[in-house]
Design a protein around this ligand. Structure first.
Ligand SMILES: Nc1ncnc2c1ncn2[C@@H]1O[C@H](COP(=O)(O)OP(=O)(O)OP(=O)(O)O)[C@@H](O)[C@H]1O
Length: 477
């Protein structure tokens, strides 16, 4: 953004960026192109940009040009459904406005056609068959107006989320050091994938050994972990080294560490303190060289407080703590993940897979309560049902029903809003009125309305799109 420009908003934004490294910065993510879901997604930093101009081009290109004193980001899309001058984003009173420029196929926000809309956090923008996601976010050190293509990262550590890429950079730095790593996150968020990446980056010569502490029967856990001597108990027909020794000079990944019974916690603490294991029935310890990564979806500090988990073991394990966000808070990565999962599900024909627009929209708007695991299963099923053709909405299995005791859903699952006027029930009319009342009370603040309704922001954005509410209309008063 040109500092010479006489726009007060521009000047304020420029100054803020200079003195605060982590001011929220707007980003646009090119998430997915329906015809070519394997094409690399891209992240575009929008600060320093006065206008983003979207149109069709012979190939995808993202370039910055100066017109007078205006910095313009030109986004050319290789998409036959995009017009040559399709849409633009400009600044308006500190916010960003998306306008359709009379395109043939229209511009959609959260599945609803829009000629002009102020952008809000998490908005899904659809131009032709290309999907973008808009986010206000804390940013890593990236040039303003820059366009980052898909990063060349180890499997599981590729992300476009500005916050997560910073955390993954720290993880890469600690991976070669003998620092324990704690991975937190809901089931299916990729904790084991990340643990494997840590091992790959550690350069340790031994194997990666994964143990699910919740899946080991309590009667066998000690002998499975620490090994046993022949004759130590009935059924111990031979010496067994156990899983901890199997991970010698490698990485021991303990999944669901919160499920480790109290007696095993004590024995495992000794292993970490002494770097040695005593097998069940043995008298002499054996030295081990371990790198430990643990994962949990439980609140370990709370368990320590309740006396359900040993505080000294917790302290030993707490080196670098990484929280893997649920997929619904990482939507900018859906394009990367869809490409990786399609490649895995259909290695020989991934390049020829395409998605119908409605299927793509549903994939990008779903709650994904079971996270990447659910997305993976959904795509694998859809490819089979599509029989090698284009994946359509009908090919997607219904969203997962949360098992008992699973992570709390952030919001009830509505259908993805469809273009056109939706049929409204009385309940929906009441909800729309309640939303409008709350937007008035909270002056258009989506987070405040979400809190007041006890819902997630994503859900509020869906309702905003569905009921045609414009939060900006309530901001002035
Ligand atoms: N970044 C990723 N890229 C590709 N696939 C991924 C990624 N993250 C997770 N997956 C896939 O999603 C599935 C679930 O991942 P993973 O087992 O690592 O999750 P988890 O958090 O350890 O789950 P749980 O807590 O239930 O053990 C796996 O099949 C994994 O390969």
């Amino acid at each position: 953004m040109s500092a010479a420009r006489e726009d007060p908003t521009t000047l304020v934004r420029t100054r803020r960026r200079a003195d605060a490294g982590h001011e929220p910065r707007p980003f646009l993510f090119l998430v997915l192109q329906c015809q070519r879901p394997m094409d690399p997604p891209a992240r575009l930093a929008l600060d320093g940009v006065d206008e983003v101009a979207f149109g069709r081009g012979p190939a995808r290109s993202i370039g910055r040009r100066i017109e007078g004193d205006r910095a313009i980001l030109d986004v050319r899309l290789e998409d036959g459904w995009v017009s040559s001058r399709h849409a633009r984003i400009t600044r308006e009173g500190g916010r960003l406005r998306l306008e359709d420029l009379g395109s043939t196929n229209g511009t959609f926000v959260n599945g609803v056609p829009q000629r002009s809309a102020l952008l809000a956090e998490g908005d899904l923008i659809e131009l032709g068959h290309t999907f973008f996601l808009f986010r206000e976010a804390a940013a890593p050190d990236e040039p303003a107006g820059g366009a980052t293509q898909a990063a060349d990262q180890p499997f599981g550590l590729a992300t476009f989320s500005p916050e997560l890429s910073e955390r993954f950079a720290s993880l890469r730095a600690v991976a070669p050091a003998p620092i324990p790593v704690v991975l937190q996150g809901e089931s299916g968020t990729g904790k084991e994938v990340v643990a494997r990446a840590v091992h790959a980056l550690s350069g340790r010569p031994g194997p990666f050994v994964a143990i699910n502490c919740g899946a080991l029967p309590e009667s066998l856990i000690e002998s499975e972990l620490f090994g046993h001597k022949k004759g130590a108990f009935s059924g111990a027909a031979e010496d067994r080294p156990g899983l901890i020794r199997a991970a010698d000079r490698g990485t021991l990944f303990l999944d669901e560490i919160g499920d480790l019974p109290a007696a095993s916690q004590t024995a495992f603490l000794r292993v970490l303190q002494e770097s040695e294991v005593v097998a069940v029935g043995a008298t002499r310890p054996v030295k081990v060289d371990l790198r430990v990564v643990v994962a949990t979806h439980r609140d370990l500090p709370a368990m320590v407080e309740r006396g359900d988990f040993r505080g000294d073991l917790f302290a030993r394990l707490s080196g670098f703590v990484l929280e893997l966000p649920p997929l619904r808070r990482r939507r900018e990565d859906l394009g990367l993940l869809i490409a990786a999962l399609l490649r895995r599900a259909a290695p020989d024909r991934a390049a020829s897979i395409s998605l119908g627009c409605e299927a793509a929209r549903a994939l990008l708007l779903r709650e994904w309560r079971l996270n990447v695991r659910e997305l993976e299963k959904c795509l694998a099923t859809a490819i089979v049902l599509a029989g090698g053709g284009r994946v359509e909405l009908d090919h997607l299995p219904p969203p997962a029903v949360l098992p008992r005791g699973g992570p709390a859903p952030e919001a009830p699952k509505p259908e993805a809003p469809q273009p056109g006027e939706p049929q409204r029930s009385d309940e929906e009319d009441r909800r729309r009125e309640a939303l409008i009342r709350l937007f008035r009370e909270h002056r258009g603040n989506v987070s405040a309305v979400a809190r007041a309704m006890g819902k997630g922001r994503t859900q509020i954005h869906r309702w905003i799109a569905r009921y045609g509410i414009e939060p900006g209309d309530y901001r002035g008063g």
